[in-house]
Ligand binder design. Sequence first.
Ligand code: ZN
Length: 115
Amino acid sequence: MEVVLGKIICSGTVNLKCNECDATIKQDAALLNWEVEDSERGEMDTRLWHGSEELTLACPECNNDIGIRFTLIEYPEGVQEGELSSEVNGGELIGELDYQIIVEEPPENKEQKFS
Ligand SMILES: [Zn+2]
């Protein structure tokens, strides 16, 4: 059985600038769909590569497609290793993404606490 070690929760908005017409596009950051793309056993814990599924938005002004995707590494559990990285196609990211790593306890640990 696979245990989910971490989950990325985003809040606030992702602000993007369209490269074609300079319009600003605001997107609810909670719509970013994160998944664990890779994992590797490290000395202390499992190192996880989290990535958000590429979100494609159409510019409301010129209909240009803007794609955005974020990636980060979690190691050890609940701790971010290095920087959050973003890949934007057709636009530019403005400001910062508001996010946090949520640690979910494996079910067996929860059972122990209640017994
Ligand atoms: Zn545009």
